[in-house]
Design a protein around this ligand. Structure first.
Ligand SMILES: [Ca+2]
Ligand SMILES: [Ca+2]
Ligand SMILES: [Ca+2]
Ligand SMILES: [Ca+2]
Length: 495
């Protein structure tokens, strides 16, 4: 027993001594932490920790040769020394050095992004990562990574990467615009985000990251909204660099609490003590300013350009015409929501239905008798507003797929009613203009003006040049003229 114990003791002593003698200046743990290229994936630490190609040599088995495997571990390629590498060359370098989160490099941008007057390279992958390669004399240093998707989202519907100077130093930043859609049974939402990355010497970091545009259509719950923004950077009187963002849009029953975009919480209906159950709610337009503090664009202030407001409807559901004929609206109320409703209306004359059912809001529905053709005979006019397609009543279509104002016009000869116009105009701004009647060409005869479209989605590459706008309002207005029998499309104006 004693001999055995002694042997154990000697063995432990021997091993300890051996370990002490063979401990190199580099500990095995140090090797492991420096080996994986994933260390370089953080944007702040990237470009400072080149992966060491030699460190993986210990992982190569030296014993019996193995049959070729299907996924061999790639040998890390050395730093890129070609100042104008192809996407394939960069992709091979990245994949062999353990960079991940993408399948391929789809495009390259070349510009000086760190201010040393030497051209750098930005590799755009097919997924989230962007890799910024800064040129260092004779090679590209291992890259910094940026280009994250929106938090909690694994993929984007689209992305556009370009270079623009945001800090007024004539050194370009890397702008990563991405967009996302969400859709459920009763809603559709699109959000656009912008991430701006700035590089200095051998590091890169994100200096601004937020939403830039938003569009939603939720007819049976929160209504419709769009928000767009534009940005520009300038130096103020004190020589400070300001990033100004102009947010503008239209929101119907959508309070921006807890969802994107969050504008000013103090201007939400509940904060203002508003009852939106019987009124249209129009949201705020504002200018938001950030100041460049040398590290990032820091929030400075908001300036409200247009206060939110409630727009009360003009309601009249019954009107007596020539010879006391009674016109009225029969309503079915949408009771699916306390705050937002798409009701169902139908027009009756002398007790008989004369229209198909149409989407309406009962608080904004009005019928009037009025001569708009100039023959001194009154027409029956129906005005209303409504959201897009109702999910409650599937037969109610907004012909233009937008939150809209509708005008229907009927003539009545004392016996029969004839529809001579049915106009749907997309409401685009806070005046709620969708359809209006006026003498557009000053010839004494009234025309009907109709706003043609809701915002269009744009792709960043426009035929007429690059656009940073992803939503655009058509300003197109259709002009309908009375031809003696009905209102027909005569011309359009705007664009
Ligand atoms: Ca450079
Ligand atoms: Ca700059
Ligand atoms: Ca008339
Ligand atoms: Ca006219």
């Amino acid at each position: 027993m004693k001999i055995r114990l002694l042997l154990v003791y000697l063995s432990i002593l021997f091993i300890t001594l051996l370990a002490a003698c063979t401990t190199p200046t580099e500990s095995p743990t140090a090797q492991i932490t420096s080996a994986p290229a994933t260390e370089t994936l953080s944007p702040t630490s990237a470009a400072t920790l080149p992966p060491e190609p030699s460190s993986t040599s210990t992982l190569v088995p030296t014993g019996t040769p193995l049959p070729p495997t299907e996924t061999p571990t790639p040998t890390p390629l050395p730093d890129i020394t070609n100042p104008n590498p192809s996407p394939e060359e960069v992709q091979a370098y990245l994949l062999s050095n353990g960079f991940s989160g993408f399948d391929e490099i789809v495009n390259m941008l070349f510009a000086d992004v760190n201010g040393d007057a030497v051209t750098d390279a930005v590799a755009i992958s097919d997924q989230a990562p962007l890799f910024v390669f800064l040129w260092q004399g004779d090679r590209f240093a291992p890259p910094a990574q940026t280009g994250e998707w929106r938090e909690g989202v694994n993929n984007a519907d689209g992305r556009y990467v370009y270079l623009k100077d945001y800090t007024a130093d004539h050194i370009t930043e890397i702008v990563n615009d991405s967009w996302y859609s969400e859709a459920g049974e009763t809603y559709t939402v699109f959000n656009w985000r912008r991430q701006i990355t700035k590089c200095e010497q051998d590091t890169c970091r994100v200096i601004w990251n937020d939403w830039i545009a938003s569009y939603g259509d939720a007819p049976t719950s929160t209504g419709m909204f769009y928000y767009n923004s534009s940005d520009f950077a300038y130096g103020d009187e004190q020589g400070q660099i300001i990033l100004e963002r102009l947010y503008f849009g239209l929101s119907v029953y959508w309070s921006y609490i807890g969802v994107e975009p969050v504008l000013k919480e103090e201007y939400t209906p509940s904060a203002l003590g508003w009852d939106t159950s019987t009124s249209e709610f129009i949201d705020v337009d504002l200018s938001r300013r950030y100041i460049w503090n040398g590290t990032e664009f820091e929030f400075l202030e908001d300036e409200v350009l247009e206060m939110p407001k409630l727009v009360d409807g003009d309601v009249q559901l019954e009107a007596f015409g020539p010879r006391q004929v009674r016109a009225h609206i029969r309503l079915e109320l949408d009771q699916t929501s306390a705050t937002y409703r798409n009701d169902r209306c139908q027009l009756y004359l002398d007790g008989q239905p004369i229209s198909n059912p149409f989407g309406c809001k009962n608080d904004f529905t009005k019928i009037v008798w009025e001569d708009i053709t100039g023959d001194r005979e009154e027409e029956l006019l129906v005005w209303t507003v409504s959201g897009d397609q109702s999910y409650l009543w599937e037969d109610l279509f907004a012909e233009k797929g937008c939150f809209h104002q509708r005008l229907m016009v009927y003539t009545w000869d004392g016996d029969t009613a004839a529809q001579v116009g049915n106009f749907v105009g997309c409401v685009r701004r806070t005046d709620l203009f969708g359809v209006t009647i006026r003498d557009y060409d000053d010839d004494g005869q009234l025309e009907i003006l109709v706003a043609a479209l809701w915002p269009e989605f744009l792709s960043p590459d426009q035929p007429d040049g690059f656009s940073q706008d992803y939503l655009r309002f058509s300003q197109l207005v259709e002009i309908y003229e009375w031809d003696g029998t009905q209102f027909i499309l005569g011309s359009t104006t705007g664009n």
